[in-house]
Design a protein around this ligand. Structure first.
Ligand code: NI
Length: 259
């Protein structure tokens, strides 16, 4: 089993990281992707601790859409900043999370689009997959991925919460879809219907921890061990064997991110 998207370098894990990693391994989580925010020195420093405790974990670095204004204001090119960050992070194998968030709108949309575009261009130039965050911005997200050659590098739509139309567009671009704890929430019937029909070789599961703990841990701090709950729900929804699904998801992860 893998956790395709976790934020273990987040301060939420500063006090008990070793225990969190221990519980993940005990639950059968063999690896995953630890996502770092580009330009966050504290996270980069914490990433060293994460790596020491869990050498099999892979890393992604990117400028989150929420941070786009800060990069725009500083006059820094997001692509250059990420290129430098990738060189500093051993085990970095992806650019992310990057994308557009028109739900929170914490950065101006124009800045979000510029920063996203620059990073997809970088991914295309250096041949790394991308981890996409998109919220209420389906049309622009897909357009930028298409225009910048995102389909050539592929990657994942992380914490997928879109509709069937977005799922089809992501699959058409060659991307995987990763499902998080939302899949276990009582009101997520539409999302479960989407998850039921994604081809098995395009599926991933994640925690997005420390956020979005699955039922029955909902509301608590999330951690990689809890990905087992989401995987179990995904298996139930698809009428699949959990062990076989776990093996498929782990193979999909290895194909995309190595390790
Ligand atoms: Ni995330």
């Amino acid at each position: 089993m893998i956790d395709s998207h976790c934020h273990l370098a987040d301060p939420a894990f500063a006090d008990d990281l070793a225990e969190v990693v221990g519980r993940a391994r005990q639950a059968g989580v063999s690896g995953g992707l630890c996502v770092l925010s580009c330009g966050n020195d504290a996270e980069e420093a914490a990433a060293g601790r994460v790596r020491a405790l869990w050498p099999d974990l892979r890393f992604a670095v990117g400028v989150h859409p929420h941070e786009a204004d800060r990069f725009a204001a500083g006059g820094r090119d997001a692509g250059e900043a990420v290129r430098e960050a990738l060189a500093r992070v051993p085990g970095a194998c992806a650019i992310g999370e990057i994308g557009l968030d028109y739900h929170y709108d914490l950065s101006a949309r124009e800045a979000q689009r510029r920063v996203f575009r620059a990073q997809v261009g970088l991914a295309r130039d250096i041949g790394l997959p991308v981890v996409v965050h998109t919220r209420e911005a389906d049309e622009d997200t897909v357009a930028i991925l298409r225009e910048e050659g995102g389909g050539r590098v592929g990657g994942v739509f992380h914490c997928f919460s879109g509709d069937a139309a977005l799922a089809d567009q992501a699959l058409d671009l060659g991307f995987a879809l990763s499902f998080a704890g939302i899949l276990t929430f009582p009101k997520a019937d539409a999302l479960r219907a989407v998850a039921a029909r994604v081809p098995a070789d395009r599926l991933l599961v994640e925690t997005d921890c420390p956020y979005l703990a699955p039922v029955p841990m909902r509301g608590r701090r999330n951690e990689p061990a809890f990905v087992a709950r989401t995987l179990a729900k995904l298996a139930e929804v698809r009428g699949a064997d959990a062990g076989e699904l776990s093996a498929a998801v782990t193979a999909n992860f290895a194909r995309l991110f190595g390790g």
